[in-house]
Every structure is written in structure tokens, then in C-alpha cells.
Design a protein around this ligand. Sequence first.
Ligand code: GAL
Length: 670
Amino acid sequence: MKLDHILHGGDYNPEQWLDRPDILEKDITYMKEAGINTVTLGVFSWAVLEPSEGEYNFQWLEDIINRLYENGISTILATPSGARPKWMADKYPEVLRVRQDRQRNLFGGRHNHCYTSPVYREKVAMIDEHLAKRFANHPAILMWHISNEFGGDCHCPLCQEAFRQWLKDKYETIDRLNQCWCTTFWSHIYQSFDQIESPSLVGESAVHGLNLDWKRFVSEKTAEFVRHEIAALRQGGAKQPTTVNLMYDFEGLNYDKLAECVDVISWDSYPVWHKGADIVPALDNGLQHDYMRSLKNQPYLLMESCPSGTNWHGISKLKRPGLLTAASLQAIAHGSDSVLYFQIRQSRGSSEKFHGAVIDHYGGDDTRVFREVKYIGESLKKLSEVAGSEVCAKAAIIYDTENRWAMEDSQGPRNDGLHYHENLMKMYTALKRQGINVDIISESKSLEKYSLVLAPMLYMFRENMEERIEAYVRKGGCFVLGHWSGITDEWDRCYLGGTPYGLMDVFGLRRSETDALYEYEHNSLIPEGGSMFQNEYSCSTICDLLQVKDAQVLMKYGKEFYAGIPAVTKKLYGQGQAYYIGTDAQQEFYDVLCEKLVHELGIERAVSGDIPKDVEVCTRSLGQTEYVFVQNYRNSDMDIRGMELNGELLYGKSKETLHAYETIVLKQKK
Ligand code: GAL
């Protein structure tokens, strides 16, 4: 989908206000005033769209789509499958989800359904097809939003049967399954596929291969459900692109599988701000943006974000003035072609009545939040030429959901927290401090286009990862492998004969043992003479003890019985370089490593000088034009003269000072 402007708007629920035409009319005036050009309709509207079985009531929706369109506002139309009407749950209880303890849920909440149920699929397909028939040719419809935030699993008999069939197709014989799952352990051998049940806390939860396969099955079933919905829309004549809205740091599904089904990725971003330095959540959110973009390696959409405070964080703080603009422009900086909010008008009752919105219960445009939304609308107009441009990254970090499933379930050296996310963030932060773009890719993605690839805690190798890393380094790539890597295969079976599996020659070492540290413990990293490091750093969490064969030792441990044992190494292999970091080091260690590697590998930086720690730099490019986004995440002015910024100011006023939470955008020739 190639857009020539940036979408601005968000979720809108007119069905909650059908008895207040005055409010609906006023909303349109306000939306125009705020520069809103897009709304998402129908996300949870099923009970109004089909009040009783087979009786469709679409007129209100058509009226509102028309009124909005007459006023220059397009619609992203959702399928309503995220929550179903009561009549359906009463008549067909099989549509409701069964929990892992095998209890079926009662009607209520949302996302409470079985993806396998033929009845649910039939009902969803019918309403989707009807919606498409009615609206597919309406010029207001930009795209289709499939359901809402897919997630969760169902353990009903229908899902159990589907899981067994999935396993039969995958393994063909029960012997093969037993081998892959290591079921001899604790006498868990299966004699036939019919005996297998999904993992449960009141049953089987200790077979790691089963746990992994169940999550894979759930991901594939969910993807199948998405395809089923899209097929129904196409059947009804819909030609527009499709999207699913994904969630922050969500590990319940392998998002690669959903990305394959849709045309455009979108996601919902709700960072926790103002809990210390805002650059911390900014970078954390930045990583998610990069992950979402990298799923399809193309522009994506910010589908939801909160105009002020949410109502579901532990503490829902208001966004300080300017922060909403910064967070919105951060999305654009990372490759989004939209800034969309949840929600345009705050609902009156139920569980989201206090969630921030563009128009709150007061109902006027003379509010602080409304004024900032309007300011964002004006800003996005100034930046409209950025829409459709690309983000090019020469560095990537491997983040793989299946690896995370395996590692977190593995019962290894630290069950009190592996600090994986923190370690991932340290590597990401170090790269971003260089002002470069970063892709966040799964193990399935090709490494070839990157000059530098970092892989924190790549515990599970799948899809011949070791062969692909070897080939990448041999052909000239620079690969940095973190601690606790290359330990198990795709069923979480430990590799025999030494680790990191298949890469001991490439890295010139073997991980001989792994120590775990208490939260309060630290070890230290001592630089070796002639290494790229000058300083000592502290490290924590996990320490791999390395037995080096022919790698250069860069740092050794400073304490414990393994003081003097190698901890960080480098080996030149083929045309490339292979670094192994055997522990979770302090941030400054990764900063030095990334600074040196970015420089040595000649990865181009958009700014040549020093980037202050509270600043984020991102670039997007269109042909030979490069847009450089520079954002201040400090709630005070900042002198940025040390950054040596080139190009003309497309957005913002000064290349010398950034005000609190201010963004500037420069336009330059590459
Ligand atoms: C999202 C969801 C929205 C709304 C929002 C509130 O996760 O998709 O429907 O509930 O959270 O922050």
C-alpha cells in the first residue's frame, strides 16, 4: 500500500452514540479541526451489526462512513470478530474459549473465542462477507482491519483434535514425535497421536517439545483464522489491503506467521512514560517499531496510541506537554505511515471510560490534549512527503519469538529471570546511540544485506541457523553472538558435542560451563592487552566460561574461581569477523563495542558529531532523498550544536537547540 500522505486519526465507536446524533455531528467538526483524515470503525460492533442471528443492521455504519467521507475522512473498516454477541455464545457454546484447565469460559470480555470452532468460523465468514459486499466498493474504505489484537489459545476438544492432526502431519509416526520431544524422560512416551493433549498446568507441562509445538500450532491456527477472514472479505468483493494490529513485546504468537497473511503490519503502542528518563521507554518503543517494520520490511502503521493517559497501566500518568507529539513523530521516524489513536471519543461507561481520548467526557475542543492532537495534525501535513519512504538499515539484531519461548521454558541456569529483554535493549541502545537504523529480525530472515548482526541470547537454533551464521561470516559479515547461545535445537533438545553448536570453529572456542549469578552479584570484565577495550566493565546474570582454541581473547573474567578465564573473544573467519560475548555486560561495554564496529565497518551515520544520550536519530529515505529525524526526549531544552547536522529543515526551527520533547526533521541528499 503506497500512501501519499500520513494517516491521522484512530479508533472511533459511533455505535456507542447512536442515540446522540448531535454528538456524532460535533465529532466530525472536531475531527476536521484536528486534521484527522482516517478513522477505524467497527472493531467491536458485532452486537449492533447483527443484533440477532442473520439479521444484519449496517445502515448506521453506512451513514457514518458517508458523513465522514463527505468531510474528507476515510475509514479503515474492521471485521468484528474480536468480540461476539451474546446470542451467539448462548446458542453455540462451542464458540467460547476453553482454558488450559479444561474449563469453558462463560460469555464475557473479548477475544474469548475458539479459532477452530466451525460455527465461529462460519459466523465470522458470513458477517465479513456481508460487510465486504456492502462496503467493498465504497471509496471511503482504505483497508480492512482483521479482528483485533489476536492472542490466546483454546483447549477445547475441537482444538485438541486439530492439534493431533497437525502433529500427525508434522511427524507422520509417533516414534518420531517421541524422539523429538524426548518423552522417555519421566516415562512420558506416547503410543499413538490420539493420546496427546495440549499442555496444561493440571496435566502435562514438562515436555518442552510439546510446549513449543503447541505454541507453533496456536500461531498457525491463528494465522489460518486470519486467512479465513481475508478469504471471506475477498469473496464479498473486497480489494483493499488488509492488516492485523499487533501488540507490544507480545510473545503469545509468532508474528512472522501473521505477517505472511496480511498486506500491511500495524501495531498498538502504549509505552509507560515519565518513570525516570524518557529516553528509556523511547528506545524500548523504538525497538518495537523496528521489529514491526522489519516483519515485512516496508512501511507499516501505528494503529493505536493513547492521546493522554491510559487506564490500564499500574499508574496511568498524563503525557507531559509535547510528549504525545514526540511519540507520534517517533512512529513516523521508524517507518510508520500513520499516527492513529485509541480513541477519538472517550466511551461513557464500562472498562475503558477513563482511557485517554482525543475528545473526552467534557466534549469540547478547548482542551490541552485536543490542542496537541491538532498540532500533530498540522505537523503530519508538513511531513506528508515522507509517507511511503523506506527505512534502510545496515545493522540488525536477531529477536526470535520461538527462541524466547524455548529459553523461558527451558529450566536452565536462571529461573528467576534471564533478563533477556534487558540484554536485547542494551545491544539495541548501543546501536541507536550511534544514530543508525536497526532492523529487528527473526531467525527465519536472511542476514546477507547487513554489515553487522548482533544476536543476544540465541539459545535455540532453528532453520539451520548455525549454517547461515557460518556462511554470513565467511562471506564477510560481522556477527556478534551473545551469551547462552547455540544450546538447543528446534525441539529444545540440547546439542551434543559442544556449543555454540556448529560454530565452534567460526568463533574459535567452546562454552565449557555456565554460571548463574544472584541479582545482587556481579563479576567483572578485564581487558586483555591489545584488545579494543581499555576499561574494566561489570557483568551480571549469566557467565559462560569459554575454552578458547584460536580466537583472540578481548576480555577475561576478573572474579570468582573463573577469574582469568576468557569472557569476550573475536575471531577472523573467512572474510568476516565473529565476536562472542559470554556474559551480560553493563551498557557501556556494548556502547564501546558498537561504536568501534560501526566505525570500522563503515556503516554510515546520518550525523557525524556526538549524539546526546537523550536524543534519538532515525532516517527514512526516498530515492536519493534522506529524511533525518532528531528527537529530544528530555523535558528541557538541549544544545545540539555538537551533532553537526546537515540538510535543510523540513520540520522544526533550529539546528542548534531542541526544546523539551521537540523533534526536527532534516532533508538531505544521500
Ligand atoms: C488495545 C485494544 C483497544 C483498547 C486499547 C486500550 O490493546 O486493541 O481496543 O482496548 O488497548 O489501551
